[in-house]
Every structure is written in C-alpha cells, then in structure tokens.
Design a protein around this ligand. Structure first.
Ligand code: 5RP
Length: 219
C-alpha cells in the first residue's frame, strides 16, 4: 500500500466523526484533499464549513460548499487536518504546506481536533522534519539569526508567500524534546507570526493510516 492509499483510508475514517449539525474546520494538504473530495458524501451533516487556506477554500467551493469565515460562525465543533509529524502525545509539527497560522487559529477554535496522517508521520521526537515558522518579511534576518543561536539551520522557503503575505523559514537540526517550551520560546521572538509546533493545543485524536488499516490514538 502506498502513502496515497493510506492517506485516502485515513480521510475516509475521519468522515465517521462528522455528526449532524457540525460546524466543520478543514485544514490543508494532500491528506486533507482526500477528505475534501469525500465531503459531499456527508454534506447533509455539515452545518457550516471554514478552511485554513485559500487552496482548501477553492477546492470546497468547486464542490459547491459555501465557505464561511471563522468570525461569522464562532467556535467550530470539529477541525480535521493533517500533520508533518506527530509524537505519542499528539503534539505536532505542521506547516509543510505553509498554512500553519490559520491552522493554529482553527485548532484553537475547535472543540475537537482530529489529525489525519499516514503512519510515516508518527515519530519518537519532533524535529526531523524541518520546523516551519511564519515570519513577517521585515523580520526574516532577525528570526534567522535567533534560530542559528538555538542551533537550528534556517532556510527560507524560496518564492513562497503565505496566504497572510508573510514568509516561511524552515528550520532543520532542532531536537524538540520539550515541544511546549520550544513553541512558547520561538513564538516570543519579535517578527514570528506562528511557529509550526502544535503542542499547547495538540490534536485530540490521531488517525494513522497504515498497512493494516487505520489506527486511532488518543492522549
Ligand atoms: C499544511 C500542513 C499539512 O497538514 C501538512 O504539511 C501535511 O500535509 P500532507 O497531508 O500533504 O502530508 O500542515 O500547512
């Protein structure tokens, strides 16, 4: 079974969590794209939908969904999104697709956050995947120097501008043994919009697609 099959299976499993009347948050990425393709199957259960990116919004609209803003609907019942890494505590690295800031806002507004991923994303310690940080363009050199001091290797994501008009710094070489502390520390650097560590608000449920089906993990 290849990674796409695992992603498709895990997206299918997530559909079961959508109950009648759900205010749904939809994330961004290739795993979520499988979910979006399946959402018409449960259209009747979805009361309203918000999305974490222009890309996901466009896909949802092509399927006939009206995408609301978070300000219009308030808190959401369920947020479903992928991840680049998860540890056993369901603390995540996100932002491979560059949508981390809006993703963090939707996760914070969600009563329940389900992460969907293929089983390659489960790791012992976060940090093998280069950590994405969304940064104000005028602060990119400052934040880069601060990350070097933290023994990270920062690389600018060339030619990439986020939906919020900012830049992404991908930082490799970090061993994130204390994700909550690292998230707070990087978020304190002036010019950082959001760091892609989701530890203060981890996922509630992780659905992992593997060779033998879908495994559900909770903290
Ligand atoms: C986007 C994200 C994605 O959830 C993450 O990159 C995983 O993507 P994929 O499902 O394509 O593996 O955080 O900003």
């Amino acid at each position: 079974m290849n990674a796409s099959d695992k992603k498709r299976n895990v997206a299918k499993a997530a559909l079961e969590f959508i109950e009648p009347g759900t205010a749904l948050g939809v994330g961004t990425g290739s795993t979520v794209n499988f979910l979006i393709d399946m959402l018409p199957e449960v259209r009747d259960k979805i009361d309203s939908v918000v999305s974490s990116s222009k890309a996901s919004t466009s896909l949802l609209e092509q399927l006939g969904f009206t995408v609301s803003t978070l300000n219009e609907i308030g808190d959401i019942d369920l947020y479903i999104d992928g991840a680049d890494e998860s540890n056993k505590r369901l603390q995540l690295i996100k932002g491979g697709g560059g949508a981390l800031t809006r993703e963090k806002v939707l996760a914070a507004a969600a009563r329940r956050f389900i992460c969907i991923a293929d089983d390659s994303k489960l790791v012992g310690m976060l940090g093998a995947f280069p950590l994405p940080i969304e940064v104000l363009p005028m602060a990119q050199e400052l934040v880069s120097r601060r990350m070097l001091k933290m023994r990270g290797n920062p690389v600018w994501r060339e030619g990439f501008v986020t939906d919020n008009g900012n830049h992404i710094l991908d930082v490799s070489g970090l061993q994130i043994s204390n994700p909550i502390e690292m998230e707070a520390r990087i978020n304190r650097i002036p010019g950082v919009v959001t760091v892609g560590i989701f530890a203060d608000r981890p996922a509630d449920i992780l659905l992992l697609g593997g060779e033998n089906g879908v495994r559900e993990m909770r903290v």
